[in-house]
Structures are given as structure tokens and as C-alpha cells.
Design a binder for this molecule. Sequence first.
Ligand code: NAD
Length: 443
Amino acid sequence: MKITVAGAGYVGLVTSACLAELGHLVTCIDIQKEKIDMLQSGRSPIYEPGLESMLEKNLSSGQLHFTMNPHHAYSDAEIIFIAVGTPEKHDGSVDLKYIHVVSNLIAYYIENDVIVCTKSTVPVGTNELIQAIIDSRKPPNLQVEVVANPEFLREGSAVLDFFHGDRIVIGTDHHKVASILEQLYLPLKIPILKTDIRSAEMIKYASNAFLATKISFINEMSNFCEKVGANIEEVTFGLGYDKRIGHDFLKAGIGFGGSCFPKDTKALLHLGGHINHPFDLLEAVINVNNRQQSLPVLKAKETIGSLKNKKVALLGLAFKPNTDDVRNAASLTIVKELLEEGAVVTAYDPLAIPNARRILGNTIEYADDIRAALRDAHLAIIATEWEQIKYVPLDVYQNHMRDPIVIDGRNCYPLHEIQKYPITYLSIGRPDVNNARQKKGWE
Ligand code: NAD
């Protein structure tokens, strides 16, 4: 089929490359010239495992095109996927300005009947709004059907998720349109759920709100464990054996970040305000997460007192491993709080430094490798559990830091290993190994 994808971000690019890989003729449009230039020369502006090789292959075979030209993109598409950003406004509501622009462009440029699928995460009622915008401006002889088709891919494994996702949701009341999309997705052999438009929109928000709730729940439990001398890892292991609970998504840490959970939980809370439904549970989830992101600096102050002029090595900037995305990452909160305390920060990340630099500029230093970041540091904070970070031998901290004090926000190291080294080590929801070591007379 002839498919157009609006937006060459994490969702749009992966969708474009994967649909081209399935044999469709795909045009991906974006408004950022820098991105389109890079893509036309076969380079990916974002990091996603497996993406760049798929882009190169489909670009050179002619299955995939990149453009900034809306006429070229929309005029003869059979299906248009909307994958533009839906960022949050200051009050937590969703900014739909990119959705409005794309809807208007589609209406203006289409020359055929077309199915418009919204992959962007949008509040309930938005697909009806898109339909209304297009209907009011499109040529009267053309038929356009807008479908809610929310995206569930995870950054860091987005290509894998496209081909092996848990489900595909198609929200439309139009049977023929639903079956065309079913045919499109059929080769993936992923369960397809057909719903009405509003339920499809809600499925996305409900999924993200539930996952965020799981994270805040286990983080709150981890703080409890610390206070009562239990180990959150043992607790989650025991918890996960219950089939009604399961083992997934129960890892304690310094909170969720990224471009989805923080934004989507706030959007749902905001929507609740409008329909007179205060979502107390979700409000608590967000508050717990904010607190959790502040834990490393709190622990640092409790351990070494004033952070003024202390050199801090921040290990990890991306909001999670295998991505270069730093949007709403815990690292950004940590940097802000460290700088407020007068600390001097040197950060290391295998991939996310360019994106972090766009936000943090020269307020911190950036190191090309972990050892350089740790050199002469008074304190190290682990913010992202990259393999490059979690497998660093513990004697590296011991040998490079001025004071080997490590605050591990992602519980990267087994406690029994830590106990072998003269490192002051604090983690999340696990017993204090420093006391245990003192008792054994190692310090
Ligand atoms: P992104 O910021 O990485 O990419 C959005 C792209 O849209 C940008 O490149 C931007 O230039 C482009 N754009 C803006 N206006 C445009 C226009 N008029 N025409 C063409 N392109 C335009 O965003 P993303 O992370 O890919 O997310 C996109 C949507 O998908 C959001 O609604 C997000 O909530 C949702 N989503 C994201 C993820 C994720 O993991 N990133 C997962 C599921 C759903």
C-alpha cells in the first residue's frame, strides 16, 4: 500500500522503516530540515537498536522516502499515520498544535480517499476533532476516515516491539476501514483488538497510567523496605510469583521518566479535572515519582553533608538504557538539584550526551568514558542502568574516586559484591551494606 507517516520521531521513524520492511511504499514527512537531510542520506537522527540498518536498506531499495513537501507526502496516500508529538503544556494538558497543523495539511493536500490513523497519544475526543477538522476543509468528493491506532512501542526496543508487540488497537466504528487495517497488520501475527474510537484512546492512557502506578507502587514499597530493614529485590521476587501480579515492571529505582509516562499521567489527571473526576490514585503516583527522582541528592546530602564544590560523577543521562532520549529523565532532576547545592557535575552516558547538552548546555561537564567521569569525584550517582555502567568493576570506583561513595539509583550491583570493596554504597530499598561491613571490621 502507499503509506505516509507524519513525524520522523521515535514513533514515526520506526513505523516508517518497519512498514517499508513489510513491503509497503512509505513516505515519511517531517518539518525539521536537519532531520530530513540526515534521513535522506541514510543516517538516523535518533538511536533505536536495528533502526538505522533498516532505514538504509529500504531507502536504497526505494521502499522508503523522506520529504518535507506535504503535496508529495499526502496527495496520493492510501493510509496516513499521524505520529507527531503531543507534548504537555504548563498546566499538564496536552498541546495539540502539531495535530491541528497535520490535520489541516492532510485536508488541504489529499487527492484520494484516505484512512488517517492516529498513532500519537491523544486525549479522548481528539480523533473526533481530527475528523471534524479534515471534514470541514477537504474536497467534498473525497472520503476520509480517522482511526485511533495508539502506539505501544518502548524506546530502546521499538523495532522489536513493532514486529512482536502485545496487541494492536484499532479504534473505529467503520467495519471496512477496520478490516483494511487488519489486513495491513495481519503479517505481524499480533492480536488485534477492534474497539470504538474513544475506548482506543483510553486504552493507551490506561496502559501508561497502570504501568506508572506499578513503578510508583514498587518505589514506595522500596522506601518502606529501607526503613524496616527488608530488601526490595527479595520482596519483588516473592511478589512476582503470584500469577495475578507477575514479575514484570517491578524494579525499584529513582522513578520513571521519558516522553510518555510523565506526560500521559499528567494529561489523564488534567482530563479528570475537566470531567469532575479527581484521580487521587494517579496524583499520588506522580507525587511518589517526583519524590523518587529527588532521592539521590537527598541521600547524598545525608551521607556527605554539604555538596558545595563537591565533584559528582553522574553515570547515565538517558531516561533508560538503549536510548538517547533524555526527556523527563531522572538525570535532569538530579543535575538541577546538584547544581542548586553548588556541586560540580561531570556526566557520562554512552549515547545521550548530545541530547542532554541541548538541555543542560555547559552547566555540567561531559566525559567520554566512565573513568574520566569518576576521576577525583567525591560522589558517584548511577542514574541509568546501561550495560556500560552496571558492569563497571567495583575497583574502578575505588581506584578513581577521591572518596568512593556510590549512590546507585538503579540497584545495578549485587550487595554481596559490594561488601567486598571499601565503597560507601547506597541503593534503593536494599539493606545498608556499609553497616554490615563495619560490623565485619572492614572499615
Ligand atoms: P518525537 O518528538 O520524537 O517526534 C515527533 C516528530 O513530529 C518530530 O520530528 C517533529 O518535527 C514532527 N512534526 C511536528 N509537526 C509536524 C508536521 N506538521 N508534519 C510532520 N512532522 C511533524 O515524538 P515521539 O516520541 O515519536 O512521539 C510521537 C507521539 O507518539 C506522541 O504523541 C507520543 O506520546 C506518542 N508515543 C510515543 C512513544 C515513545 O516511546 N516515544 C510511544 C508510544 C506513543
